[in-house]
Ligand binder design. Structure first.
Ligand code: KIV
Length: 280
């Protein structure tokens, strides 16, 4: 049985830190699940790391459902949360409910959406029909990228107060956790202490109740943007390119495929064939 939203809430009560990683495909999601990561997030960061867009704006429900299905086929233990993409929930409460339902049918256990106080009625409507919601405040790539770009949030008293108020409102609206993206560590700590549900930080310091990273950043597979907060645990892109060059060389030198990678015909059948086509 995989982890539930209640298991995640209990982790905060028991002061256990929550591990979250993004994933978008069957192969890597299987490894995340095997590593017993608590939550796999099918993030709309897929727009950049899987589809090569500049930002998350072009991501559609069709993309998110496909990625969610692939991850859901792999997951056995982790909780699976999927992002509602840009314009799939901002347009109306009906759209928000319908599209949350599509992600759940594709295999998600919960959905994540960006926004503070302005999203309260939408969140309440989704939660009321029984779909768990993760909030997302601080840097909100779907909208702040259009106006401000990547900037740390909560650096001034005013901005800190808004974030703290937004977090409380999201908790009251019924979200089971809140992602805090690029929030100053002091504000992230105040929020984490002032609400009962877990905060999941990305670039928001060590005092959040959990941490999330984009898997390509962690594995060193995506070089276009290298955020300061993203710890690289390996340099997989170097190893992959090295292996691909070896493969190309092996083909050119005819050292691949060798006998161990090839299949043989039965010898008597081969003889008969050769006789028929006149070969010795
Ligand atoms: O899309 C995503 O990967 C996210 C994380 C950065 C929290 O929303």
């Amino acid at each position: 049985m995989h982890k539930s939203v209640l298991d995640i809430l209990k982790m905060k009560q028991e002061k256990k830190k929550i591990s979250v990683i993004t994933s978008y495909d069957y192969t890597l999601a299987s490894l995340c699940d095997k590593a017993e990561i608590d939550i796999i997030l099918v993030g709309d960061s897929a727009g950049m790391v899987m589809l090569g867009y500049e930002n998350t704006i072009p991501v559609t429900m069709e993309h998110m459902c496909l990625f969610t299905e692939a991850v859901s086929n792999a997951r056995k233990n982790s909780l699976l949360v999927s992002d509602l993409p840009f314009m799939s929930y901002q347009t109306s409460i009906e759209d928000a409910i319908k599209n949350s339902g599509r992600l759940i049918k594709a295999g998600a256990d919960a959905v994540k959406l960006e926004g503070g106080a302005e999203m309260i009625s939408t969140i309440k409507a989704i939660v009321e029909i029984g779909i768990p919601v993760m909030g997302h405040i601080g840097l909100q790539p779907q909208t702040t990228m259009l106006s401000e770009g990547y900037r740390v949030q909560g650096k001034t008293k005013e901005s800190a107060e808004k974030l703290i108020k937004d977090a409380k409102k999201l908790e009251d609206a019924g979200v089971f956790s809140i992602a805090l993206e690029m929030v100053s560590q002091e504000v992230a700590e105040i929020i984490s202490q002032s609400i009962k549900i877990p905060t999941i930080g990305i670039g928001s310091g060590a005092k959040c109740d959990g941490q999330v990273l984009v898997i390509q950043d962690l594995l060193g597979m995506y070089d276009k943007i290298k955020p300061k907060f993203a710890k690289r645990y390996m340099n997989l892109s170097e190893d992959i390119v090295k292996s691909l060059k070896e493969y190309k060389n092996d083909i050119q030198n005819q050292t691949f495929p060798s006998v161990e990678h090839s299949f043989e015909m039965e010898s008597n059948e081969l003889e008969k064939l050769r006789g028929e086509i006149g070969e010795k």
